[in-house]
Design a protein around this ligand. Structure first.
Ligand SMILES: Cc1cc2nc3c(=O)[nH]c(=O)nc-3n(C[C@H](O)[C@H](O)[C@H](O)COP(=O)(O)OP(=O)(O)OC[C@H]3O[C@@H](n4cnc5c(N)ncnc54)[C@H](O)[C@@H]3O)c2cc1C
Length: 264
């Protein structure tokens, strides 16, 4: 079993300040592994525990993105690969997906690629879908549970989480899956894992290593232009204390207010 988890290094939105604005919002500040991608790594590790095999974590980004890969290694992944080249800068999701798909092909035989549902910063939820399309394999999105997976028969059955319910899909392997947080509880990196990750040597594959024409990736190939990024307006709100002689009276006053505001 060969599973590949796609992990992105993203800005830590909990630490973004309103001083960071415009395009800088996406580029500056402390960075973390995309939280959704921890679920992807965890699911790959669970598959390895159940079926044996190998888990690879893969990221496209600048040298600092090795931090996200180290988090994956510390959780228990066997190997990590960074895809990094100035040629990838300014790329839209399709350029990113092209480079990731080429790296997946270079990794050799694989059974399943697992991605997060979306990235905290770009949030397009397009990358995994485009990777699947470029690799010519099925894509299963918003997966909340892998019901059954058979690496001999090369089949998978999953539950997709939709707004109004769940959908069960079966597919052949290899395939690309994107997962939602309901799928598992990501483990904390172990002490041994952190030490192993700190010592790991992570290869960085360039566009040339992937036989990619620089004109097909990065800014050169972006079909989408990114004109502006801004923070949402600050939320306005006021705190109101509901008083009353008894808890019942206070509850009734609260219900009246909620009904008047058409909240209930
Ligand atoms: C015109 C334009 C210019 C841009 N310039 C830049 C730039 O200079 N620098 C920059 O960082 N971004 C840039 N971006 C954003 C860049 O295209 C996205 O970061 C990237 O394509 C991923 O899209 P997303 O963030 O929406 O991820 P989503 O599609 O929401 O991510 C879904 C899942 O795909 C996987 N995934 C996504 N991205 C990666 C990755 N890089 N490595 C591994 N797995 C991944 C993860 O598992 C993630 O959970 C630009 C975008 C546009 C449109």
């Amino acid at each position: 079993m060969n599973a590949i988890a796609l992990v992105k290094h993203v800005p830590d939105t909990a630490q973004l300040s309103s001083a960071l604005d415009g395009l800088k919002l996406m580029a500056e500040g402390p960075r973390i592994i995309n939280p959704w991608d921890e679920y992807a790594v965890e699911e790959c590790l669970k598959l390895r525990e159940a079926h044996g095999g190998q888990v690879t974590v893969l990221s496209l980004g600048p040298a600092q993105a090795t931090e996200a890969l180290k988090q994956g290694l510390a959780m228990g992944a066997d190997q990590a690969v960074l895809v990094s080249d100035p040629a990838f800068e300014g790329g839209d999701t399709l350029g990113t997906a092209r480079a990731l798909a080429a790296a997946i092909t270079k990794l050799g035989t694989w059974d399943i690629v697992i991605a997060g549902r979306s990235a905290l910063d770009g949030d397009t939820a397009q990358t995994a879908i485009q990777v699947a399309a470029l690799l010519g394999v099925p894509q299963l999105t918003y997966v909340a549970h892998i019901r059954e997976i058979n690496f001999e028969a090369q089949t998978i059955s999953v539950e997709r989480m939709l707004e109004g319910g769940r959908e069960v899909l079966t597919s052949r392997l290899p395939c690309v899956v994107s997962v939602v947080k309901e799928i598992n509880e990501p483990r904390y990196p172990s002490f041994m894992g952190i030490r192993k990750a700190a010592k790991a040597s992570i290869p960085a594959w360039t566009a040339a290593d992937l036989n990619l024409d620089p004109a097909t990736v990065g800014a050169a190939a972006s079909g989408v232009s990114w004109a502006e990024v801004s923070l949402p307006p600050a939320r306005e709100g006021a705190c109101q204390i509901i008083t009353g002689d008894t808890p019942e009276a206070m509850a009734a006053a609260l219900v009246d207010k909620l009904m008047a505001e058409k909240i209930i």
